[in-house]
Design a protein around this ligand. Sequence first.
Ligand code: SF4
Length: 310
Amino acid sequence: MKEKIAYLNNVMKRCTLCPRRCSVDRTTGEKGFCGLDDDIVVKSILPHHGEEPPLSGIHGAGTIFFSSCNLRCIHCQNYQISHRTSGKRTGSEGLARMMLSLQEQRCHNIEPVTPTPQLPGIMEAWLIARQNGLKLPLVYNCGGYENPDMIKILEGVVDIYLPDFKYGNERDSFQLSAVKDYHGVAVESIREMVRQVGDTLEEDGGIASRGLIIRHLILPGKISNSIEVLKLIKMHISTSVPLSLMSQYTPVPPVKDDYFLGRRITHEEYERVVNTALDMGFETIFTQDVDERTLSPDFEKDIPFNWSQI
Ligand code: SF4
């Protein structure tokens, strides 16, 4: 583990932690696309009761929301934190204490959200927390735009991968996230995740202990993108992987007037994607209700989520 951490810290000197490969020296304060230096910046930490049931369980997933993101999608549901770098600078010791506090609150796992740009510090904190009694599984909740070489380093450390698979074509990924190679990179990195932990989700008493769930947020007017994503997963990964097909998209202020993104999805759009997944032979699908209630978190509040809506 110490060798992995040293390697990751070295990667930040010419940063290729993610496929944007900015090649800046973050250890001297240079900043790339994500705008982060080499410190750990946390925006919010809480037991999360709105994740997929095997992750949230009874006491909640132990979520730690990190500031900024390597994708910064224009419609991001967490835009208040993913498009900014402000937050609490914790250092690895402080982050380790946060992990242990989630265990004390009886959370079922430790779930860093958008960990990729801050991976070296998270691994350092993970090691410190394990040395101080942390026993929970590690859930890697990422945007799917991952450097496969960094994912390889996580073998034996991450227990459960929770990647998004957002786009199935270059047009949408470029328009919404300013990357052209998203779909190819997502396939390659998720294949590596599957190689490590398998293509199913292992549970112990209904609580996830190892494996993977692929998440896909269905966007209004972009059902063809969703179907392209399903085709790529079927063709290149597996139809045994648990899918989480998310209906909760809510227009956020940056896109509220956008022709496509300025509305929620309809029941018909959601059903079309779920039925296509079933027709393709996907065996395990987590679904959500489609309703008009707002589910976007508000990270200006102490508790960003309204659990009564979920
Ligand atoms: S983690 Fe940040 S600096 Fe490093 S390659 Fe990705 S966007 Fe660039």
